[in-house]
Design a protein around this ligand. Structure first.
Ligand SMILES: [Zn+2]
Length: 197
């Protein structure tokens, strides 16, 4: 088994994932979110789609057995294992604007958005192409009557993970999230491991 690679706190990375490869995203210390993006490696206009995925899944809470679809309604990633069972696919990556809006007294940070934009730039992905990310371990409960949502600390514990299988050749962007409320108030690294198919 490959050694995990670390994404340091409040940073991001990007890499290629071939069809059939497995990606394991690990929360090494617990209560840490990782935003995940996927682009078709052969055509950057095809990108992971929250709307299409939630539409087909008929639920807001995605876990083992669910598929993350592209804007062209094609499978990009299948969730093949999940020790947590609570992730978010509604909210955009945190950014300077997030900090201005929710944390006006804290030093601003470019957040997951800025980290993803920097990591994906070498692959030709411009910032305006960044969509809603699949937010591994992010805990966003919804009140079914009012529609009110909250961002609560993740329920993930140290060593928890979610595992994806690539259904096409992909460029992946991933972060260790930078927003205080999403991560129980502290910033921790994320680990990931790739098993080549
Ligand atoms: Zn974030």
């Amino acid at each position: 088994m490959n050694e995990p690679i670390e994404i340091p706190e409040r940073s991001g990375t990007a890499f290629e994932l071939a069809r059939g490869d497995t990606l394991v995203v690990i929360d090494p210390r617990g209560e840490q979110v990782s935003d995940l993006l996927a682009f078709n490696a052969a055509d950057l206009d095809e990108v992971i789609s929250s709307g299409r995925t939630l539409d087909f899944a008929e639920t807001l809470y995605l876990t083992t057995g669910h598929i993350l679809y592209s804007n062209r309604s094609r499978p990009m990633l299948s969730i093949v294992a999940d020790t947590v069972g609570r992730h978010d696919f509604l909210l955009t990556p945190c950014s300077f604007d997030t900090f201005n809006h929710f944390y006006p007294t804290l030093p601003p940070h470019r957040g997951c958005f800025g980290n993803l934009a920097a990591a994906l730039e070498p692959y030709g992905v411009a910032p305006d192409r960044i969509p809603t990310a699949f937010n591994c371990f992010m805990n966003v409960p919804i009140d079914g009557e009012t529609g009110k949502l909250k961002v609560l600390p993740p329920i993930s514990k140290a060593g928890d993970s979610i595992t994806f299988r690539a259904e096409m050749d992909l460029i992946i962007g991933m972060t260790a999230c930078s927003a205080p409320d999403s991560n129980g108030g502290t910033f921790k690294p994320i680990h990931y491991r790739i098993e080549r198919g």
